[in-house]
Ligand binder design. Sequence first.
Ligand code: HPA
Length: 244
Amino acid sequence: MLAIIGGSGLSKLGNMEVTRRKVARTPYGEPSGALTFGRIGACDVVFLARHGYGHTIAPHEVNYRANLWALKDAGAGEVVSIASVGAISSTLAPGALVLPHQVIDYTWGRHATYFEGKGTPVNHIDFTEPYSRGLRAKLVAAAKACGEAVSEQGVYAATQGPRLETAAEIDRLGRDGADLVGMTGMTEAALAREISLEYAALAVVANYAAGRGDSQRAVPLDKIGAVLEEAMRRVRRIIEQLCK
Ligand code: HPA
């Protein structure tokens, strides 16, 4: 089964035939919302809205451990995570789709491992390549097959949020080698690896990061909704193709 985690701008999948919803419980608490089960083309799919169905859970408050655990427990083997991001690299603009291949983690204080607490053995996962190579390749092929342009590489900087960054912070992330910036990608990727879920992110550029492009003096938050709405149409097409 394919799991899809929807981010800002994608709290449901219009092209999914929904069969049932399930409120899941996990040893780590409750996920962001009920799991939605159904079909897209030939795939059995389970969908979860990362920020809750009413978009009420901030990035640093998401129970990532419960979300990934619930998807695994429901029978998912692969997870496609949709995440909106800001563009740091000058080669990216709002509306662009990117399949990041690397992550730099700037978050703090999040529950980012299942291997902690009394009686739990220490375990160091390999994270050299944080995203599933196989699933990334399938997404690249799906995008090509339906004629949607995606950047096939990108370094994702995960910031703590919920505030956006300062221009100086974005300059620093750029010097570190980051191409895009978001607030959710990293915690999910590491947890997915810990429980052997194949995980890849499809990042949707919502805006120029602070101090770049038309965000020189402020990030134009009022424009983001329309950008995401249009881009999510393309995301749905890629997922539909992935499920053919
Ligand atoms: N910064 C961090 N996260 C984001 C941004 C951004 O500019 N845009 C969308 N998610």
